[in-house]
Design a protein around this ligand. Structure first.
Ligand code: AMP
Length: 324
């Protein structure tokens, strides 16, 4: 397994040395961001009840069931150890005070494009940041033992980032950690079912997406979702998560992008890019974004830029298929 022993020891030492530990994760959190953040919080609180462990960041309505955030103020950071999970780039950290602590640790599974922190535990081979946290507990054994609450949160994070063990990031280690976690007392089936359940509005919105996908050459598909469409279907941007994987289910589609028009202000589309072969994070970084080789995000600031991104995606996909 990929963890480096000396880094696990340095991580443990940093926790032992700190009275206050503040855990951050990325903006617009998904289940892995919250699972890794709140799972780690539960682990530390259980083993070190005398320490203050704070989860920093904005709350999200749809994922409030995963746990609460804590209020944090400037003074909390003075002597604090800060740990950031699941966040590749510093500008994406939710909470601008994250670099005001005494020590900073980065724990992540994205490519390490923006190295930061006094200690980096960055493993792109991990399916989820939650998998890394589970593996840290598994490695430290009785020094940072797993708990029911932490297991539930970490399992949810892994379910989220692997699409319930379907994505190709799912590895033997993922299953080993899932097996480790599922031994604890939480309802794994209920979590899995929650991730599989659509609201009626989401189901109808899926119908819209299937109907309006645009198929291009080189096995590329895309769709633009306007604010009007979101309103018509009664869908929040967060709920649009349920359509991001759809194009990849269609035979012959290997890369795709879902453009989501942003509300208010100047024109901006959030570009949710996915692939089953061509590497797309390089392209995403040319459009004010980044991410994993096969799952990235970017921004287009005009309709022309959106069209250009599609053309660039076709080019990347064509290069890929010619080199196969
Ligand atoms: P999303 O489509 O928002 O789920 O994003 C997929 C992945 O792309 C995330 O896990 C991030 O790693 C990455 N990502 C999304 N948006 C950005 C961005 N603006 N900048 C850098 N990476 C991003």
């Amino acid at each position: 397994m990929y963890l480096e022993k000396e880094k696990v020891e340095a991580f443990y030492q940093a926790i032992q040395d700190a009275d206050t530990i503040i855990i951050h994760r990325h903006q617009r959190p998904d289940p892995d961001a919250l699972g890794s953040q709140l799972g780690l919080k539960a682990l530390i609180e259980h083993q070190f009840p005398e320490k203050r462990v704070l989860a920093a960041g904005t709350t999200t309505k749809g994922l409030a069931w995963m746990g609460d955030m804590d209020p944090v103020i400037d003074e909390d950071y003075r002597e604090a150890l800060v740990i950031v999970t699941d966040t590749a780039n510093q500008p994406r950290v939710d909470g601008e005070l994250f670099n005001q602590g005494q020590k900073l640790i980065k724990i992540d599974h994205h490519p390490n494009e923006d190295p930061y922190g006094d200690l980096e535990m960055v493993y792109p081979q991990a399916s989820a940041a939650s998998e890394i946290i589970a593996l840290i507990s598994h490695t430290l054994k009785d020094r940072l033992p797993m708990t029911d609450l932490a297991a539930q949160r970490l399992y949810a994070g892994i379910l989220g980032d692997t699409g319930r063990f379907l994505f190709n990031s799912t590895s033997a280690t993922t299953f080993q950690m899932a097996a480790f976690l599922i031994n604890y007392d939480f309802d794994a089936y209920a979590l899995s079912d929650r991730f599989n359940t659509l609201t009626k509005a989401q189901a109808q919105f899926q119908g819209y997406v299937y109907d309006h996908l645009v198929f291009e050459e080189a096995a590329v598909a895309h769709i633009t979702i306007t604010q009007d469409i979101l309103k018509e279907y009664g869908i929040t941007e967060e709920e649009s998560n349920s359509v991001v994987g759809i194009p990849g289910r269609i035979e012959g589609i290997y890369s795709w992008v879902i453009f989501i028009e942003q509300a208010g202000g100047p024109v901006r589309y959030r570009c949710r890019m996915r692939s089953k072969g061509p590497i797309i994070n390089g392209l995403a970084s040319q459009y004010d974004g980044g991410g994993h080789p096969l799952a990235s995000g970017a921004n287009a600031y005009s309709d022309e830029e959106k069209d250009q991104l599609v053309q660039d995606l076709i080019r990347v996909a064509t290069d890929y298929s010619q080199n196969q």
